[in-house]
Ligand binder design. Structure first.
Ligand SMILES: Cc1cc2nc3c(=O)[nH]c(=O)nc-3n(C[C@H](O)[C@H](O)[C@H](O)COP(=O)(O)O)c2cc1C
Ligand code: SF4
Ligand code: SF4
Length: 263
């Protein structure tokens, strides 16, 4: 069973491709996370958990959800992380979480995808050509990853140095507390009141009032709201002005073209 969370489509694309190749079921965890729904997850095949990386680890709301979740059937678990190029200590934390659950951690893969963090100037968005190249490379890497899982092998990723853990563990909560706030989100007149932003927020941080979204204080900067708004009506302070919103859906043609050329 493939489980995933994805704010702007990168991880969803990877999860669905793996499910297709392994002929396995694929479950989006969004509704479960939003509703704190911990109905048992059962699979006779390994659990393959796909997550984006936020500030060098898997999203904290996702690790909290997985920590509290019961898994039955297979004892085997794999992780696939998608990031903008640096997964930090994501694998170490995932391994430790699933060891505590007495499950067999078979390693993780790190797939570099386009950056989606439009509301942060320290992570410049990529040029179209680089976005296309990253998606192409990721798609090609999936054969090796799925073959390892199919044959019951281990996934191996780069070595993580001790200093990375020593820096990330204390740094991450401070960064999240002070930097990941929703205070700067606002909407332009082009908002059509569709409510998609509220529906997609994993933390239920957006409420609709008089057909306009209102942001509250639980935000993790996942970019689901701003990255999926159909009219691109959401801004974050002045950082996002005139900036292209990232969403994997805009680049689906890259995969279509690859498949066409493979025929
Ligand atoms: C809040 C936030 C923090 C991020 N931190 C990192 C990071 O530490 N390292 C990295 O390489 N990419 C980072 N990224 C980029 C995402 O991990 C990457 O674009 C991911 O593929 C997005 O997945 P999604 O489209 O499934 O949501 C960050 C993105 C966001 C929104
Ligand atoms: S997704 Fe966009 S258009 Fe729809 S309610 Fe939210 S801000 Fe408005
Ligand atoms: S309000 Fe924050 S947590 Fe919710 S969708 Fe927007 S960026 Fe993500």
């Amino acid at each position: 069973m493939i489980l995933y969370f994805s704010a702007t489509g990168n991880t969803e694309f990877i999860a669905k491709e793996i499910a297709k190749r392994l002929d396995d079921e694929c479950l989006n965890l969004l509704e479960r996370i939003k509703n704190d729904d911990h109905a048992i997850l059962h699979s006779e095949k390994p659990f393959i958990i796909c997550a984006p990386v936020y500030v060098c680890e898997m999203p904290r709301f996702m690790s909290k959800y997985l920590r509290e979740q019961n898994f039955t059937g297979s004892k085997d678990v794999y992780f696939i992380f998608t990031s903008g190029g640096y997964c930090g200590i994501s694998g170490i934390l995932a391994k430790s979480m699933f060891k505590k659950k007495k499950m067999n951690y078979h390693g993780h893969a790190e797939v570099t995808m386009p950056r989606n963090y439009v509301a942060n100037d320290s992570y410049p968005m990529l040029e179209k050509q680089e976005v296309e190249e990253r998606i192409t490379k990721a798609y090609q890497e999936l054969d090796t990853i799925t073959e390892s899982i199919r044959t019951g092998g281990k996934l191996t990723a780069r070595h993580v140095f001790l200093f990375e853990t020593l820096i990330t563990v204390p740094f991450n909560p401070i960064w999240c507390k002070y930097k990941l706030t929703a205070k700067e989100f606002h909407v332009k007149d082009s908002c059509i009141g569709c409510g998609k932003c509220a529906k997609l927020c994993p933390l239920n941080n957006i409420k609709m009032k008089h057909k306009k979204p209102i942001w509250h204080n639980q935000c993790t900067h996942c970019m689901a709201c701003i990255g999926n708004c159909p009219t691109e009506a959401i801004e974050y302070g002045t950082i996002t002005k005139e900036k292209e919103r990232y969403n994997f859906g805009k680049y689906r043609y890259v995969i279509k073209n690859l498949k066409k050329n493979q025929k």
